[in-house]
Design a protein. Structure first.
Length: 133
């Protein structure tokens, strides 16, 4: 579906909703308050239901990333092959670098580190949500 079609549909819905809310000449407007009489109850049932439309192209999606924090400039954070200091280092992460967050395991943060899965300490990393690209 192209953008022009979406805009046309959205414009048409706005016009229809605006006209439905105006009422007709000589009619009472329907209030959202509780009806006080039978005639008010009948008018309330004649209310126009406005559809809810989701436009996927306008929805912002977020992903969780792990960002390296609490590491001084010039230092690096070990990325380990398992959740703990007993596991070997598979690489180094620089301050401010971000990696795809895969969850927590054994008190450590599991990340996508290149083609591998790695683990970083929660003391030196933070989970942040960023807009998906």
């Amino acid at each position: 579906m192209n953008v022009r079609r979406i805009l046309c549909i959205a414009s048409a819905l706005c016009i229809v909703c605006g006209l439905a809310g105006c009422g007709r000449k000589g009619e009472e407007t329907v209030s959202s308050a509780a009806p006080e009489s039978a005639s008010s109850a009948a008018a309330a049932t004649d209310a126009v239901e406005i559809p809810f439309v989701v436009v996927p192209e306008l929805t912002v999606r977020y992903v969780d990333m792990v960002q390296v924090v609490n590491v001084q400039e010039g230092s690096t954070l070990n990325v380990r092959e398992g959740p703990g200091t007993d596991y070997a280092s598979i690489g180094k992460a620089n301050p401010g670098e971000s990696f795809e967050y895969l969850g927590d395991e054994g008190g450590w943060r599991k990340i996508r580190f290149g083609e591998a899965t790695g683990y970083v300490s929660p003391d030196y990393s933070a989970v942040v949500s960023v807009p998906a690209s």
